[in-house]
Design a protein. Structure first.
Length: 368
């Protein structure tokens, strides 16, 4: 099982990473507004500085990074009243236009950055934001450096913006660690909700700020694979469900590790997972009974499927939630950037404990 599981996991993870659909995010803001700081807060690095870029227009560059599954369209900082102001506006609007831009480069989200200091939104900002709204692209206004102004000044600016755009979402952000980005997690949640389903996984994986979104996305994956695990119990050939269950669990593990952006742990984690699965063998007797029952057509297959599916679903659910929580714990501790030995020790300790807790809980639910 060991080599098969390792191969399945590596294959699934590599396929997921290669074929994942990435969202296009357009970042707009004036010179010195703090766009680089926002990128660092959200994704752990400034993609515009570390990624591979190419110019799309004179003022907009397209950046990709092998480590962050998003495509960033970064506008060069503009100066109000400069000669380039009109051209900048034209380029942003054309990028968001279906008629002027290829579907590949059309933004899925726009983060429009306005510096809170100064408490003003310019006519230039209003004109661009209105054009983007008309293009039916989800846009939010990100108020940067919000910790440097009073609450009254920040509220005055938000009121001014909402007078122009009553339905627009506004998020205050800061780089101060003790303030935890202020409303950055809300920005992440809003962005996730606005993306098409096919693009959510990549964005949730890329962002570093919201464990809540990672947990929720992992939970959805676990539910899907638990349902599939139950269905494997109805395979009509004895023992035929074992390979299906193995493939299902390797797919689930690959998805969870991808969501938490822990790809460097793929090779090492499979050994821990197999140890955890072995720990579940005391309840696997029902599985063996179900394989024998399948030799009897009709009733035997139905009964066997119910028992086998129930056990398979319990193990898969416990397995999935344990991996998700272990990933969340090491990520929360910052160990996703630590050396392998520190990471694996904490991952191992957390995973085994959480797995057995979930397994007992799942078994108890089945016996109720």
């Amino acid at each position: 099982m060991s080599s098969n599981f390792q191969e399945e996991l590596n294959t699934e993870f590599d396929s997921l990473k290669k074929n994942i659909e990435k969202p296009n995010i357009l970042l707009v803001g004036g010179t010195g507004v703090g766009k680089s700081s926002l990128l660092n807060l959200c994704f752990g690095e400034d993609i515009a500085a570390t990624g591979v870029g190419k110019p799309i227009t004179q003022h907009i560059n397209k950046f990709t990074s092998p480590n962050i599954p998003i495509v960033l369209f970064d506008s060069k900082g503009y100066e109000i009243g400069s000669e380039q102001e009109t051209l900048f506006q034209k380029e942003v609007i054309e990028l968001c236009s279906e008629t002027q831009n290829s579907i590949e480069d059309k933004p899925h989200l726009v983060w429009y950055c306005i510096q809170t200091i100064g408490s003003r939104i310019t006519d230039f900002d209003i004109k661009i934001i209105r054009k983007i709204e008309l293009a039916n692209i989800p846009i939010s206004i990100v108020l940067t450096k919000a910790d440097l102004v009073s609450d009254d000044d920040a509220n005055l600016l938000k009121t001014t913006i909402l007078n122009e755009f009553p339905k627009i979402q506004i998020f205050e952000t800061t780089i101060k660690e003790n303030l935890h980005g202020m409303e950055l997690e809300k920005l992440i949640s809003w962005s996730t909700s606005q993306l098409p389903n096919a693009l959510k996984t990549a964005f949730v994986s890329a962002q570093k700020n919201s464990l809540k979104e990672k947990r929720e996305h992992a939970k959805n994956a676990i539910i899907q694979h638990t349902t599939l695990a139950f269905a494997t119990g109805f395979a009509p050939i004895p023992a035929s469900s074992a390979p299906l269950l193995l493939a299902n669990q390797s797919k689930l593990l690959a998805r969870i590790l991808y969501i938490y952006n822990l790809d460097r742990a793929v090779d090492s984690v499979s050994a821990i997972i197999q140890t955890a699965i072995a720990s579940s063998l005391p309840i696997a007797g029902k599985y063996l009974v179900s394989q024998i029952l399948k030799f009897f057509p009709g009733v035997g297959t139905a009964i066997g499927g119910t028992i086998n599916g129930s056990v398979a679903a319990s193990i898969t659910s416990a397995f999935g939630f344990a991996v998700s929580e272990a990933c969340a714990k090491v990520t929360n501790l910052g160990l996703d950037h630590f050396d392998d030995s520190s990471f694996m020790k904490n991952f191992d300790d957390n995973l085994m404990k959480i797995f057995m807790e979930y397994l007992k809980q799942a078994k108890g639910n089945k016996n109720d």
